[in-house]
Design a protein around this ligand. Structure first.
Ligand SMILES: [Zn+2]
Length: 247
């Protein structure tokens, strides 16, 4: 077989994938190997110099085979002429599809259709649902570990994608929030981006104060809000009291 030539298709993870988690989809341009994806996350999200864990998974296309009331999910290449009964070729997560689907707020039919889709990006979303629920070790037991410099080289083409207006607004707001909270004595952790991609939230390392930034605030919302920009830091004492239920 020829060697695959992987081309980056899309990042389905965060807009800042090396800081907040990326999910990069690749397609083999020779057409032999289909699609694969890499989940990338910091080993320790509280450490800016942390290494990254990379889990590469196959995004094999599946096929639905109906047998009376039962629906079997089998490899796309399956044929009725294969020697064993169809259920012997079933994917390992088939009986867990209902709990996976409800976990991510989809219907089983929709999830199944995505796993059988010709579109590798749809399959990437569906496999992410499966592994988020069942554990990524099911996709690949041998994660890679990269330094930040290695990751920047590996994902160079993916990181060159143009930044949206929202990305730039959020960057600016995060910087302002960090400085306003710092003025009040807080040390903020990394921001976590909401799935809407217009909001991000974080909290102080020392106390329980939080701050949220919003690149597209409604008329009754603020661009930067939270107690970390309103009140001073009282250190770890507050965190302990919250943990003990005294506040
Ligand atoms: Zn604080």
């Amino acid at each position: 077989m020829s060697q695959p030539r992987w081309r980056f298709v899309v990042n389905l993870g965060d807009a800042h994938p090396l800081e907040y988690g990326g999910y990069f989809v690749y397609r083999d341009m020779t057409g032999v190997y289909g699609y694969e994806a890499e989940l990338v996350e910091l080993l320790n999200e509280n450490d800016e110099r942390s290494k990254l864990r990379v889990i590469r998974v196959c995004l094999d296309r599946l096929k639905e085979v109906r047998d009376g009331d039962a629906v079997h999910l089998v490899p796309f290449t399956y044929e009725a002429t294969w020697p064993h009964p169809v259920h012997r070729y079933e994917e390992w997560f088939t009986d867990k599809l209902a709990s996976i689907a409800s976990y991510v707020g989809r219907t089983v039919e929709d999830l199944r259709a995505s796993l059988c889709s010709e579109d590798g990006v749809q399959r990437a979303e569906a496999y992410r649902n499966v592994y988020d629920h069942e554990g990524w070790a099911n996709g690949n037991e041998y994660p890679m570990t990269l330094t930040m410099a290695e990751a920047k080289r590996r994902y160079r083409s993916a990181l060159q994608r143009p930044r949206t207006v929202n990305d730039r607004k959020l960057d600016k707001l995060k910087k302002e929030a960090r400085s306003a909270a710092g003025y009040r004595g807080h040390t903020l952790k990394r921001f976590v981006t909401h799935y809407s991609k217009t909001r991000a939230i974080t909290e102080c390392r020392e106390c329980a104060c939080y701050v949220q930034v919003n690149a597209a605030p409604l008329p009754n919302e603020t661009a930067i809000g939270g107690d970390a920009v309103a009140i001073g830091c009282i250190g770890s004492k507050k965190k302990e009291e919250v943990a003990n239920g005294k506040m």
